[in-house]
Design a protein around this ligand. Structure first.
Ligand code: FAQ
Length: 324
């Protein structure tokens, strides 16, 4: 049952009316029901969702670039077809998420402007370069793996359109992760040079993958409120731990190591202990000073400008249809 489905009591006015709406909203959250687009919601809830869903959508779209550069250089037709399909899926995820965000009262055009003007963020991970073909496998395994850990709980997020988009996205992300792991497994069964390429790639991506979960809980300004509103279901550190616990046995099966001397099983906790990423580096990348930030945004801006005629033609066509 959503807020607007609630039986209406007396139609109260002013402050009383606002308090009634707030109480209905809180009751929906407490029951872990979904809030839907036409329901009343606090401004802060709407703003937080726009921020998170937009950042998520932008990440999918910018996230097409690091792997996209390898499509023309894939080593076989089969690998090329698989990579092409994956990158197209990412475009689709971006579109689901932009649509979910539009239900909150912001247009896709405005969101794109905010991305290319640097007013909204996207995931730090996509500001690192892809230097070898092994990176395609590592992104599938570790980056999509981290994305899945973070996104499966978001299928139960309190905002209906976001949660429903996440259900579809997560199904495709599991395929993405498996294709990455399978690619790395094939390379690990190859030559010494290929095995070294995989290890070098894993060494570069491990720490940035841990940063995807956001700052440590103590430095995360948004987590407490987002969890109280049921937007986030877990804290950044909980999900990071889940990812480490999941990845270590996979690395062992693959035959690679992670570049963390502090990584070891802690029987008392029933989890792996691990070291901290370089949070200074994370701050730099999020601020816009990572290795590829300028390149990623310039590319996105160019694609947006090059596509202006398509948008104009589509609007002219829609206007003509409406007029007839
Ligand atoms: N990068 O208070 P918190 C993918 C910002 S998966 C950049 O903890 P929150 C799939 C944060 O926005 C990747 N910025 O924030 C794929 C906030 O800034 P603000 C995308 C980050 O929101 C795979 C500030 O730091 N996934 O694309 C990052 O509660 C392969 C303080 O942080 C999602 O977006 C970061 N890593 O928690 C595609 C998942 N972390 O706005 C292609 C949905 C934090 O206050 C290839 N989002 N910040 O100025 C979330 O779950 C949350 O938004 C978090 C951050 C966990 C990312």
């Amino acid at each position: 049952m959503s807020v607007t489905d609630q039986p209406e009591a007396e139609a109260p006015e002013g402050l009383e009316a606002l308090e009634a709406l707030e109480a209905q909203f809180e009751a929906v959250i407490a029951r872990s029901d979904r809030v839907e687009p036409r329901d009343w919601m606090p401004d802060g809830y709407r703003r937080t969702l726009i921020r998170q869903v937009a950042q998520h959508a932008h990440s999918e779209i910018i996230g097409m670039q690091p792997e996209g550069g390898w499509i023309t250089r894939a080593p076989s037709l089969r690998r090329k077809a698989t990579l092409l399909a994956k990158v197209q899926d990412e475009a689709g995820h971006g579109l689901y998420l932009y649509s979910a965000c539009e239900t909150l009262g912001v247009s896709r055009g405005e969101l794109t402007e905010m991305l290319i003007e640097g007013k909204q963020k996207y995931s730090s991970i996509f500001n690192y370069p892809t230097l070898s073909y092994a990176d395609v496998g590592t992104i599938g395994w570790l980056v999509d793996g981290a994305a899945i850990c973070n996104q499966v709980p978001l299928c139960r997020t309190s905002y209906g359109p976001y949660g429903r988009a996440m259900i579809r996205i997560c199904k495709e992300e599991s395929f993405h992760q498996r294709q990455g792991y399978e690619l790395l497994m094939a390379m690990m069964r190859g030559t010494d040079e290929q095995r070294a390429m995989v290890q070098e790639s894993v060494d570069r991506f491990w720490w940035p993958a841990l940063m995807m979960f956001g700052p440590p809980d103590d430095d995360s300004p948004n987590t407490a409120q987002s969890m109280a509103w049921g937007i986030k279901r877990n804290t950044n550190d909980d999900l990071r731990q889940r990812f480490v616990d999941m990845s270590v046995p996979q690395a062992e099966a693959l035959g690679v190591t992670f570049p963390d001397p502090e990584l070891r099983w802690n029987a008392g906790r029933g989890h792996y202990d691990f070291g901290q990423p370089d949070w200074e580096e994370f701050a730099q990348v999020v601020k816009g000073d990572g290795p590829c930030n300028a390149q990623r945004i310039a590319h996105r801006r160019r694609a947006h400008e090059d596509g202006a005629w398509v948008r104009e033609a589509a609007s002219a066509f829609a206007a003509k249809q409406a007029a007839s």
